[in-house]
Design a protein around this ligand. Structure first.
Ligand code: SF4
Ligand code: SF4
Length: 152
């Protein structure tokens, strides 16, 4: 997304609720026709953040202790946050199936966050994600096309 498109969205700060409703609708429609199993780009290029709860849940799912799981799969950042230590993700199969799907991190469940309800607050994140996720790029393109109607 170029600056011009991002700036167009930011001009709509006084129409936030209408914009959020339209983005949610668009997100739903785009993901109904998106085949994530044919893509897998997010799992191949962006390590998800993992919380302590995620670590306990996934370790249990794999039959490991949280300590062993962390040692093997988790990296701690200087700010104290945790993420997986490898891209493509250790748990991504060749068929793009996630081998820990039922226990996957919360960040994986909510990716790419375009239906999180505060579209403008996350616009910089959407801009980055559009380069990884074709669905986000499509959502932003559709929103750009409908932006003129929101402005009125
Ligand atoms: S845990 Fe699963 S959904 Fe999350 S990045 Fe890894 S393969 Fe993808
Ligand atoms: S990058 Fe987007 S379209 Fe591709 S698998 Fe991830 S969420 Fe699905």
């Amino acid at each position: 997304m170029d600056m011009e498109r991002k700036d167009q969205f930011l001009l709509l700060r006084n129409k936030t609720s209408k914009l959020n409703d339209l983005v949610q609708e668009t997100h739903k429609k785009v993901f109904e026709r998106t085949d994530c199993l044919a893509c897998g780009n997010c799992c191949k290029s962006a390590p998800p953040l993992v919380t302590s709860k995620d670590i306990k849940r996934i370790a249990h799912f794999l039959g490991l202790s949280p300590k062993s799981f962390k040692r093997k799969y988790v990296l701690q950042d200087v700010d104290g946050s945790f993420s997986f230590n490898h891209v493509p993700c250790h748990f991504l199969g060749h068929d793009n199936v996630c081998s820990i799907y039922e226990a996957r991190p919360t960040a994986c469940r909510s990716y790419p966050h375009t239906d999180d309800g505060d579209f403008l607050k996350r616009i910089h994140l959407h801009e980055i994600n559009a380069k990884i996720c074709p669905a986000v790029e499509e959502i932003l393109t559709i929103m750009e096309q409908t932006i003129q109607n929101i402005k009125q």
